[in-house]
Design a protein around this ligand. Structure first.
Ligand SMILES: [Mg+2]
Length: 326
């Protein structure tokens, strides 16, 4: 099978998400979708382009045994869109590059395209183009996403200040609970673990929250939690030149029975767990309850990036997930 045929299957699978033209905020948007040498986009008036790329590599970011091509399409796009959420950007479109091993054929390309299209459509974003090349190793999915953020209102990491409250959205540690369950040979359909497995395989980018924060126009620092609070929080703090205190009892971990079944605690899962794609925000105390932001601590003076976790719990010093770790 030729690589062009696989691209055709991929785009066919994505269906309606392959918009030839669509409007963005303020009159800009997609001028030309897939099919030519490049897509064309018009920046909407008063907006800046937010642009990011994310990779999913078999054996590093996912295992083929757990992740069907359709699920992989959803996961890869969900993770990439999360970076736009973290900037406060509204998604416009995505480019997809696949490295495919032997055995990845027409059906797999169409199924992966279906997952990609579903996730992009849900975010009102378009698939703008795709490329397929042969891979001598495993499957590799690279997703580049583009969005629009009101000029001057992008949510940067370096804006935290001493005295700010620290917030996270949603529940942390669910994806890690799903990962531990699957690694131990658990059944993905088991009722207790179903929400955790769903979070691992099908992350929901916090786009509405990001847009809401950008629209407020206040000073906030923001990033998405891809590698876990233990690794990501120091990155935000270092970018801002500040330190933080975190209250372990406030960490919004998974339900206690779920954690117990894995021999973990909710707080430890919440602290080290990666791939939740929730947002971490530092800013005014009045943000409490904005969408579902929950306060977990505060920003304090100290060595940039330093974190003190109050209340000891197992794993408090454990590091989050690092894709580059040996
Ligand atoms: Mg990110």
């Amino acid at each position: 099978m030729r690589e062009e045929e696989l691209v055709d299957e991929l785009l066919a699978g994505a269906g309606d998400a392959c918009a030839q033209a669509s409007d963005g905020p303020g009159g800009g948007g997609v001028v030309l979708g897939p099919g030519d040498d490049a897509a064309l986009l018009a920046p909407p008036a008063g907006h800046t382009a937010a642009w990011s790329v994310d990779d999913h590599i078999e054996g590093v970011h996912f295992r083929a045994a757990w992740c069907s091509p359709r699920a992989l399409g959803r996961k890869a796009v969900g993770a990439a869109l999360s970076d736009l959420a973290a900037m406060g950007a509204r998604p416009a479109g995505a480019l997809l590059a696949l490295g495919v091993p032997k055995g990845f054929g027409r059906n797999e390309a169409r199924a992966l395209g279906l997952g990609v299209g579903e996730k992009l459509s849900a975010a009102r974003a378009a698939l703008l183009g795709g490329n397929v090349a042969r891979s001598t190793a495993g499957l590799r999915v690279s997703v580049s996403v583009l969005g629009w953020v009101p000029a001057g209102r992008g949510l940067l990491r370096g804006r935290a200040r001493t005295g700010d409250a620290l917030f996270v959205s949603g529940t942390l540690g669910l994806a890690r609970a799903g990962l531990l369950h699957l690694e131990r040979g658990g059944d993905p359909r088991e009722e207790l673990f179903a929400p955790a497995v769903a979070r691992l395989l099908d992350p929901e980018p916090r786009l509405a929250l990001g847009e809401t924060l950008a629209a407020r126009g206040e000073r906030v620092a923001c990033m998405d939690l891809s590698d876990g609070l233990a690794r990501d929080l120091p990155r935000l703090l270092a970018a801002s030149g500040v330190a933080a205190r975190v209250d372990a009892e406030r960490l919004p971990g998974p339900p206690a029975d779920l954690a117990r079944a894995l021999g973990e605690t909710p707080a430890a899962l919440a602290w080290v767990g990666g791939e939740d794609y929730e947002l971490l925000v530092a800013g005014s105390h009045e943000l409490e309850g904005c969408n579902d932001l929950r306060r977990i601590g505060c920003v304090v003076p100290g060595p940039p990036g330093a974190v003190r976790v109050s209340g000891e719990f197992p794993g408090a010093r454990a590091k989050g997930f690092d894709h580059l770790a040996p």
